[in-house]
Design a protein around this ligand. Structure first.
Ligand code: PLP
Length: 313
């Protein structure tokens, strides 16, 4: 097996206190692993900048809550932290970044239900470089289409076995939606529910902003900036990026809001983004071919929010 991007693997193995480094060019999984046979497991994708993983605690917390939703018993946080450190250090020493600005790595944590009959999960950390496309889209922005996710916005509460708020390995539908968008000439997708609500992207959270100018009562102008995301109980994954950015934006004086949102709200916004841990803040230029917001305002808000987001550890 050859892989274009250099990948480092570290398996969580009780016999190795800092994790067991494995050769990513050799087979490492049993064919009967339920991650492979059923897509049964959970994962996290995180960004390491200059060797430091961003929002590590939030990702570890979400890994635990995803695992709980699937009744998966996973190793403790300390072993994850040490294995992540091993993987990042190994990657940076084997494949140093060409420049400090390029020192970005994707750190993926994977848990499967394990080999059939074994009764214990298979867990590993995978470290690889960040893809060029995502990095470019932070700058250029993206064109998006709306696609029906096939469920209503109340399904998470009604049907917990659908695991709506968990980050499960079953991403085939999300990837199919992205391929469908690419065939239509778009870069990405915003899912909508069958009752007409805006949900999320296949690998990202939706954000929109409104800027309002009003009389401040003292002869000046007051500018109100409002950042809005879909309701977290609408069957979407709670984004660690959205959570962290909302906290930073609040401190910086932004008003915050949580849906419900409809497609019209996106079309009427001053700016829309898809936000996620690896690609960060990607401005949405068009939705279903319609231009979103005003380019000058979008650019200014993107710069401001990107700076706030970059300051998050
Ligand atoms: N929603 C979905 C379905 C995702 O897969 C992701 C990330 O991969 C997100 C939202 C954004 O989450 P985060 O900001 O934690 O990366």
């Amino acid at each position: 097996m050859t892989s274009a991007a250099p990948v480092v693997l570290v398996f969580l193995d009780p016999a190795f206190q800092n994790g067991r480094v494995a050769d990513a060019s050799k087979p490492q999984l049993m064919a009967t692993d339920q991650g492979a046979t059923r897509g049964d497991g959970v994962f996290e994708s995180m960004l390491a900048v200059g060797g430091a993983v961003r929002k590590l605690q939030a990702h570890l917390d979400r890994l635990v809550s995803s695992a709980q939703a699937l009744d998966l018993d996973i190793p403790g946080e300390d072993l994850w932290r040490r294995s992540i450190e091993t993987g990042v250090a190994e990657h940076r020493s084997q494949h140093p970044a060409p420049s400090p600005a390029d020192d970005e790595l994707v750190v993926k944590l994977v848990v499967t239900r394990g080999v059939e009959g074994a009764g214990s999960p298979t867990c590993w950390v995978q470290v690889s470089p960040v893809g060029a496309v995502g990095r470019r889209q932070r700058e250029t922005g993206i064109d998006v289409i709306l696609l029906d996710r096939g469920h209503d916005s109340g399904v998470a509460e009604r049907a917990p076995w659908l695991l709506m708020g968990a980050k499960t390995l079953s991403y085939a539908v999300n990837m199919a939606a992205l391929r469908y968008a690419h065939k239509q000439g778009a870069d990405d997708v915003i899912f909508t529910s069958s009752d007409g609500r805006v949900l999320e992207g296949p690998t990202s959270t939706v954000l929109l902003a409104h800027v309002e100018k009003s009389d401040d009562g003292a002869g000046g102008v007051r500018t109100t900036r409002r950042l809005v995301t879909p309701r977290l109980d609408s069957g979407i994954l709670p984004g660690t990026s959205q959570g962290a950015l909302f906290a930073a934006a609040k401190t910086a004086g932004w008003e915050l809001g949580y849906g419900p949102l409809e497609p019209q709200d996106l079309l009427e916004a001053d700016a829309v983004w898809l936000i996620s841990s690896i690609r960060l803040l990607a401005p949405v230029n068009h939705i279903d071919g319609k231009e979103i917001g005003t380019p000058a305002i979008q650019k200014q808000l993107t710069a401001e929010l990107s700076e706030l987001f970059a300051g998050i550890q």
